[in-house]
Write a protein that binds this ligand. Structure first.
Ligand SMILES: *Cc1c(COP(=O)(O)O)cnc(C)c1O
Length: 372
């Protein structure tokens, strides 16, 4: 069986973890945490980075930093992982789900604009498959109505919009290092703060509501409880694991792009049964090879394609079940139909894409798809 995913392992993770065992800091914000923060701040120009124990935690920090009041509204795609919405709901906000675009699963200025009213405070975009949403149009809407923009960049490491790294455009952003993402630490994530106003508070929320980070830098001579917060920071073990992966980022991205193109060259325009390959990357965006997906004409067709591949030893997965029709949210949803989101929910299927997938295996998958 060719699995859908296999987490990447560089080989250096264990020696870095051993270093942590022999050092005197195993809790968070030590040597490896600082290496990871520095890597992102330098390579992508992010104003401030804070590793978290998951992408979900990073989103929760974003929601806390937005200082929502009861009744405030947050616009979120319905075609996304639960956490993009959950983080804001936990802060007492009302979530308004926006539909996906017809050209790609991300939300667009056109699907967002009709949801904006006097209670709207935040737009949370998801760069689905690492393909940028049209951020100029979305940032312009946000500026016009005085809204904050949070980028859920869980898929979007090393991806760009008009030359700007994703995660650097909104006021705040969240990355994920879950084992299904391009770079992983098993479970892990990172908050990015681009707006200076949030920098100090982000560090306090991260450190259980205390100014301990400032104390460690020698900026204050004792630390104490000054705000809300939680234990969002990961241990040095997680950071050491992540650092081994970050050192190999270019190699990982190179291999993933090779796999992506090997699928695309074989499949684009050549599939039958009305099956389409992954959408064209818009001119303004880059492709970070997070995902290669197909869009079938119906749920029935997708089920039959996935069974065919499974019977031939290839594991594929579908993706998000629309959040607006989930068991938890359906009774809370305002009832608007979200047809594009439903279509991706029913029709999208993801092909295996991981570092160790061999050219021979890709060719086998391509041959199976072309024969279908
Ligand atoms: C993976 C993912 C998350 C959550 O990240 P975790 O690290 O698993 O908590 C959030 N949003 C999107 C779009 C994701 O794909």
């Amino acid at each position: 069986m060719i699995p859908f995913n296999k987490p990447y392992f560089s080989g250096r993770e264990l020696s870095y973890i051993e270093e942590v065992c022999h050092s005197d800091t195993m809790s968070g914000n030590g040597h490896f945490t600082k290496l990871c923060h520095g890597f992102f701040e330098k390579r992508y120009g992010f104003r401030k980075c804070l590793l978290t124990t998951s992408g979900t935690d990073a989103l929760e920090m974003c929601a806390m930093l937005c200082e929502l009041r009861p009744g405030d509204e947050v616009i979120v795609p319905s075609y996304t992982f639960v956490s993009s919405a959950l983080a804001f709901l936990r802060e007492g906000a009302v979530v308004r789900f926006a539909d996906s675009g017809s050209e790609m699963p991300g939300i667009t200025a056109e699907t967002i604009a009709p949801l904006i009213n006097e209670r709207t405070r935040v737009i949370c975009v998801v760069h689905y498959a690492g393909v940028a949403c049209d951020m100029d149009a979305i940032m312009a809407l946000a500026a016009q109505y005085g809204l904050l923009v949070v980028e859920d960049a869980a898929h979007a490491i090393d991806a760009y919009y008009k030359g700007k790294p994703l995660g650097s455009i909104g006021h705040l952003a969240a990355f994920s290092f879950h084992e299904t993402k391009n770079i992983s630490s098993g479970e892990g994530g990172m908050l990015v703060v681009n707006d200076e106003r949030f920098v100090r508070r982000s560090e306090i929320l991260w450190e259980k509501g205390t100014n301990r980070a400032e104390f460690y830098r020698g900026m204050v001579n004792k630390y104490g409880w000054c705000d809300m917060g939680s234990s969002f920071l990961p241990s040095e073990f997680n950071a050491a694991y992540l650092w081994a992966q970050l050192e190999q980022l270019d190699d990982i991205q190179g291999r993933r792009l090779h796999i992506w193109h090997r699928y695309d060259e074989a499949l684009r325009g050549r599939l039958s049964h009305g099956i389409q390959v992954m959408m064209e990357t818009p001119d303004y965006a880059t492709n970070n090879a997070h995902m290669y997906y197909l869009v079938c004409p119906s749920l029935k067709e997708r089920t039959s394609l996935m069974n065919y591949l499974k019977n031939h030893g290839v594991q594929t997965t579908f993706h998000y079940l629309p959040l607006h029709s989930s068991t938890y949210y359906k009774p809370r949803h305002d009832g608007r139909p979200l047809p594009e989101c439903d279509r991706y929910g029913d029709c999208l299927v993801r092909l295996p894409l991981f570092y160790e997938l061999t050219d021979k295996e890709i060719d086998e998958i391509n041959a199976l798809l072309l024969a279908y």
